[in-house]
Design a protein around this ligand. Structure first.
Ligand code: 5GP
Length: 120
C-alpha cells in the first residue's frame, strides 16, 4: 500500500484487459467486478480506473471530483445490485494490519445475506 504504483498489479492487468474479470458495472471513473474468492453471497470489488496504491494515496491525491464520483458510483452499484433494501458492507483494507493484498485502491462491497459481525 505504500511506495510507487506498480503497473503490474493484478487490478492494473484487469483494467488493461490482460486478465479477465466478471464485470458488474463500469463508468468513466470506476470498474466493478466480482471478487474471485467471494466472502459473501455478493462480493464485488470497486476500483478507480486511475492508479492509486491505497486509500491513503486516493484520499490524499485524487481530485475532489474523482473522490466524489468513485463514492457516488459505489452507492449506485449497491443500488443496482439490489443491496440497498437489505443492506450491505463497504470496506477498504489499507496496509499490513488489514491484510491488503492488491496494491491498487479498491472498495469491497458485500451483501446478499447476513454478514459476520465485526470482531469485538
Ligand atoms: P485486499 O486483501 O487487497 O483488500 O483484497 C483483494 C481481493 O482481491 C481479495 O478479496 C481477492 O479475493 C481478490 N482478488 C485477488 N486476485 C483477484 C483476481 O485475479 N480477480 C478477482 N476478480 N479478484 C481477485
Amino acid at each position: 500500500g505504500k511506495g510507487p504504483y506498480d503497473p503490474q498489479n493484478i487490478f492494473a492487468k484487469i483494467l488493461r484487459g490482460e486478465i479477465p474479470c466478471k464485470p458488474v458495472f463500469e463508468n468513466e471513473w470506476v470498474l466493478a467486478f466480482k471478487d474471485i474468492a467471494p466472502k459473501a453471497p455478493v462480493h464485488v470489488l470497486i476500483i478507480p480506473k486511475k492508479p492509486y496504491v491505497s486509500f491513503m494515496d486516493f484520499s490524499k491525491n485524487a481530485p475532489a471530483e474523482e473522490i466524489a464520483e468513485v463514492m457516488r458510483s459505489a452507492g449506485q452499484i449497491a443500488h443496482t445490485l439490489g443491496l440497498e433494501e437489505d443492506g450491505y458492507r463497504l470496506i477498504t483494507n489499507a496496509g499490513t494490519n488489514s491484510g491488503q493484498e492488491v496494491p491498487h485502491f479498491h472498495l469491497h462491497l458485500m451483501g446478499g445475506g447476513p454478514l459476520p459481525a465485526f470482531p469485538q
